[in-house]
Design a protein around this ligand. Sequence first.
Ligand code: GLC
Length: 461
Amino acid sequence: MKQWNAVLVGACLGVLASGLARAADVAAQPEETKEQRDARMGWWREVKFGMFIHWGLYAVPAGTYDGKQVAGIGEWIMNRGKIPVARYAEYAKEFNPTKFNAEEWVKISKAAGMKYIVITSKHHDGFAMFHSKASTYNICDATPFKRDPLAELAAACRKEGMILGFYYSQNQDWHHPGGDASGGHWDKAGQDGDFTKYIDDIAVPQVKEILSNYGEFPAVLWWDTPGKISTENAAKLNAVVKALKPKIIMNNRLGGGFKGDTETPEQYIPAGGFKDRDFETCMTMNDTWGFKSYDDKWKSTETLINNLCDIASKGGNYLLNVGPTAEGLIPAPSVERLAQVGEWMKVNGEAIYGSHPSAFGYELGKAQPLPKGKKGHPKTVGALDWRCTSKAGKLYFFLLKWPGEKFSVKEMKGKALKAYLLADPARKPLAVAQEGDVLNVTLPPAAPGQFANVLCVELAP
Ligand code: GLC
C-alpha cells in the first residue's frame, strides 16, 4: 500500500508542477498511450476489493417520512417521498453523527481486505458531506456536527494506507435550483431553475473543492446518473478533473459522451466481464445504499465471498456498499460480514489481489437470456461450482462448493507441477495427475474452510 500511496502522491505533485499550467489547453492534450493508461490504472487493477459508502442526510429519515415507510432505496427518499426542498433541509438540523470515527471505518474496511474506499461527497439530495464554499448546504455549515468527514477520512486513510475516492452526483441535484431530478421536479418553487447555471455555480466549484482540498485524494471520482447532461456541460467537469487530478480514475457515468475508465455494472456481475474495459461491480449488502432502519435483507457472507471470487475471475473489482446511520455507525450486520470476509481474505487474498482473469471460461456457462418483457441484465447461473484466477505460473481455483475427493479440470494449458490448498497452513502437496489437458487433483474428503476454498495449482515454467 505504501507503494500505491507513493504513486498517488507522486502523481499529485506532478499535477501541481505541470497540470495547472496546462489547464487551459486540456482539450488539446493528446490521448494517453496504452502504456500510460496501464500505469495510471495499475493500483486499481491490483486491489480488486473496495468499500462504497453512501452517507448523507437521508440517514436521518432512514426510510421513513411522515410516519410512512417510503419504498425504494434509502438515499432516494426525498425523490420517492416527494419531500419539499425546505422540509428535507430540516433534517440537517438533526444530523449530528457524533459516533462517527473515521479511523474506525477505515479499520473496518482494511480488516475486510478492502484496499480503497469511495464515499458520497454529494448525492442526488444535493447535500455536501464536506465543507463547501459553493453552497452552505453542507455538513459543516448546516448541521450541529460542523466537522468535515471527508477531511477526517482522508487523514485516516493516509495513516492506514487506504486509498480514498469520492462519489459526486453531478447531474441530479434535488436541492439546488436547476439541478436535474429523475421523474421531474416535484417542488417547482424550490427546484426549477437553469441547469447550466447549476453546473457553473454548484457542480463545477464543488468538484474543484473535492479535488483540491484533500491532498493526494481523491484517487477515484465516481460520477452518477448522467441523465441528459450535454457534452458541453460534462466537458466543463471533465476539464476540471484533467486540470487538477489528471491521474484520477473516473467511472463511466459522467455522461455527454465521456467514457471514463471503468464500467460500473450495478447490483449485478456481468456474465463474462467486459472486453477491453476495466469494470467494477458495485453492490449493496442489503437492498439499499443509504441507511434504512428496517432493511434487513442482508446477503450472507458466503454470497459476498462468492461474488468477490466470481468478479475477480472475470477481471473486475468489487465495490461493496455500507450505509452508515445518522449517528455515524456502520450497521452491525455489515460489520460482522465484513469481518468474516476479512478472515477469508487473510487466508485466500493471494488468489484475489493482483490476479488476472480465469484461464478457462467454460466454468461460467452461457449468459441466460432474460425472460420476455423483463428488464435487467443477462445472468449466468454458472456452469460449474468453481471460479479461477491466474498469476504468472499459478492457477487459483475457488471451490465454491466442495467437490469431494476428486477435482477435475479440462482444457489445461500447461503442466501442473504441484497443488495445495491455501487454507492448509502447511501447504501440503496434493496428488496431481494430468493426462493431456485434463488435470485431476485429489482433495481431502472434507472442506478445510467454511467458505470458498482455494486450490492453488503451480505450473511448470
Ligand atoms: C444509482 C442510484 C444511486 C446509487 C448508485 C450506486 O444509480 O441513483 O442512488 O448511488 O446507483 O451505484
